[in-house]
Ligand binder design. Structure first.
Ligand SMILES: [Zn+2]
Length: 412
């Protein structure tokens, strides 16, 4: 995902018929390095200057790259630098969640050009969601006056398991099983659609904090689903089937509530956004959580984000019910975090997702406490605990980074 291709590694690639691969390699180099002189390009790509000139001229004629005058301290002519033309090609990133669809339009260098947050009501059926997405994406392309061939691909993600063919095997937050999402969306939209695990959000953190790329990261996401991502030795772990890191489906209480995955007592059935909102609603109805009257009086089915936001406010004001639920949630979460620390030995933990970010300090303290009793050799570990910084656009920005490279490889 988002890996730079290894073209040119084996032999010079200036043979006939390799033209498009040469183009792709140069576009990939420019994506990675942003701005290069033709001399630098030849050195990095290991191609001769006449080959480079031919490809560069072709890409310039197609409008995909532009030349700019570089800055130089030396006297004489300024070097000509090559860079991607941001306005030539676009990609779309889509996050599907039970509460909303979040659509972002990104230019060729990953800059966000437009975004649209579409509230999703109670109807989570694949037909409804895919139809709604199709209409909003078409409207966005239209509104930004783009030709449809300028959009080279779309990356879509949701909480759940995605098979290699882009079908969703299971998304418990959406209530989906075996939905051929990639196939249905690409035939609706007319351009390539790639379905990613929502781990791509970690790529957006690297844009903001590039120093993370040298760490062993355990990324804990606590939102509508509960999951983890592992990044070790410069690579994101992928697993045999993409189903690793499913900390949300660790059974913490065999007598607990049924989880969307079909098992009973998973962590996710206790502390995901929808689980917490459901619990709060039941406690409100039985009179144990009167502080939530304003939200349930206004709307019988408020989005989990709204319910938990009121919960966080009430906990900060010292409401006893809310404080107790916060501490219980932090305790359950930190128990599973300790398991993951034992398994993966990270040097940094990133707390992410709207539930974790309601009380990041409480969750971080709970993990530190739990390490003392539940983690092997805890004194020999030095784990920094920090929070995700990419904000609500993290997922679609991470998608843009992944899909820009992957769509290019597919389109060329
Ligand atoms: Zn489960």
């Amino acid at each position: 995902m988002g890996q730079v291709n290894d073209f040119g590694k084996n032999s010079p690639i200036d043979s006939k018929g390799a033209g498009r691969r040469n183009e792709l390699m140069i576009l990939t180099m420019l994506r990675k390095h942003k701005r290069l002189s033709q001399t630098e390009l030849c050195r990095l790509a290991q191609i001769g200057s006449s080959t480079a000139s031919t490809i560069v001229a072709r890409l310039r004629d197609k409008g995909l790259i532009v030349e700019t005058r570089g800055l130089s301290d030396r006297r004489g002519p300024k070097p000509t630098l090559l860079e991607l033309n941001p306005q030539s090609l676009y990609v779309i990133g889509v996050e599907i969640s039970p509460s909303y669809l979040y659509i972002g339009l990104f230019n060729f260098v990953g800059g966000m050009k437009d975004k649209d947050r579409v509230p999703l009501g109670q109807d989570h059926s694949p037909d409804h969601v895919i139809g709604l997405l199709g209409r909003h994406i078409a409207a966005m392309i239209d509104k930004n006056s783009l030709e449809s061939e300028q959009v080279i691909g779309s990356g879509v993600t949701l909480s759940g398991s995605v098979a290699h063919d882009g079908s969703v095997s299971l998304s418990s937050p959406m209530g989906w099983t075996d939905v051929p999402l990639r196939e249905r969306l690409s035939s609706l939209l007319g351009f390539s659609v790639l379905v990613y695990n929502n781990r791509v959000r970690l790529l957006a953190e690297f844009e903001i904090q590039p120093e993370l790329a040298s760490k062993n990261i355990l990324y804990l996401n606590l939102a509508n689903g509960v999951g983890s991502t592992l990044y070790v030795n410069g690579r994101m772990m992928s697993g045999a089937t993409g189903r690793y890191g499913e900390i949300g489906h660790i059974v913490i209480d065999p007598n607990g509530p049924r989880c969307g995955c079909g098992n009973v007592g998973c962590l996710e059935a206790f502390i995901s956004g929808p689980s917490l909102a459901g619990r709060i609603k039941r406690d409100f109805e039985s009179g144990r959580a009167p502080v939530f009257a304003p939200i349930f009086a206004a709307n019988a089915q408020p989005a989990p984000e709204e319910v938990v936001s009121l919960w966080a406010d009430a906990a900060r004001r010292g409401d006893a019910y809310s404080v107790s639920l916060r501490d219980e949630t932090a305790d359950r979460f930190s128990g599973v975090a300790a398991l993951a620390i034992n398994c993966y030995d990270p040097d940094i933990i990133i707390l992410a997702g709207y539930i974790a970010l309601l009380f990041p300090d409480v969750f971080a303290d709970a993990i530190r406490q739990k390490m003392r009793t539940n983690v092997y050799d805890h004194l020999l570990r030095d784990i920094e605990i920090t929070t995700a910084r990419a904000g609500e656009d993290a997922v679609i920005k991470g998608l843009a980074a992944a899909v820009l490279q992957d769509s290019l490889s597919m389109a060329w």
